[in-house]
Design a protein around this ligand. Structure first.
Ligand code: FE2
Ligand code: FE2
Length: 243
């Protein structure tokens, strides 16, 4: 079992070539139904961590990353939008990995990160691609999808993995690291209890743009990562969202 901390149950699983899911469960006593906080590590010439994890989870996530690569090698600390689970530990990572910089969209950079972060961010423009070595990530601005003005999503082109942040969030504290079973039903059940979408009227073209990347893996921040026809699943979610 790839557990890196027996007390918290933090685990690391390679879900695509060179792409690792780090997951820390939180029990039902803390969050009803249980929950997980996931980060994704892309190992390459310029390693990238997507989501820092909560500030208070930093020791657990650091331990997990260190089980894969020396943390000083990290080059990019990236995230979708400005929230504690997305970037709460950003400054701890910048201190631990001296050559790393924050990587985020232009709104996040100018509104928050240029001030909040201890090092200036590397802004990534809408549609811009950034090579990491054999992997290459492309950024898509998705304002308010599912929430936050500065929200965006990162597509890793080599493994065709969409780092989809809070989209398809599922609760539960023991999800499979990677599943081919349905995640849309569980994520919609979770959303029925706690609707984290902003319901932006511009959702449709943004869903369609993400779907046109044809991801084969969806790297969810909460719950299992998923393998399958990502375009179809994104379009199904768009239909539910439109109702
Ligand atoms: Fe969020
Ligand atoms: Fe989240």
């Amino acid at each position: 079992m790839p557990i890196t901390n027996s007390e918290s149950g933090t685990r690391v699983d390679e879900i695509a070539d060179g792409l690792y899911r780090i997951s820390t469960p939180v029990g039902p006593a803390v969050i009803p139904g249980g929950f997980t906080f996931n980060q994704y590590l892309i190992v390459d010439d310029a390693p990238l961590l997507y989501h820092t994890g909560l500030r208070k989870m930093f020791p657990l996530v650091r331990e997990a990353v260190a089980s894969v690569i020396p943390i000083e090698r990290l080059c990019y600390i990236a995230f979708s939008h400005v929230e504690a689970d997305e970037c709460g530990a950003l400054n701890q990572w910048l201190a631990a990995a001296p050559r790393s910089v924050p990587l985020c969209g232009r709104i996040a950079a100018s509104v928050s990160i240029e001030d909040l972060a201890d090092r200036m961010p590397r802004e990534i423009a809408d549609g811009e691609s950034l090579p990491l070595g054999t992997h290459r990530v492309q950024w898509f601005d998705t304002p308010h999808l599912p929430h936050a003005w500065e929200c965006g999503h990162l597509m890793e082109q080599q493994t065709r993995t969409l780092l989809c942040g809070d989209l398809f969030s599922q609760n539960g504290d023991k999800p499979a690291p990677l599943t081919e079973s349905d995640i849309l039903g569980p994520s919609e059940a979770f959303r029925a209890r706690m609707d984290y979408f902003s319901h932006t009227r511009n959702a449709d073209p943004m869903f369609e743009r993400l779907a046109s990347c044809a991801p084969t893996t969806l790297a969810c921040m909460h719950g299992s990562a998923w393998r399958g026809d990502g375009a179809a699943l994104l379009r199904e979610l768009a239909l539910k969202f439109a109702k």
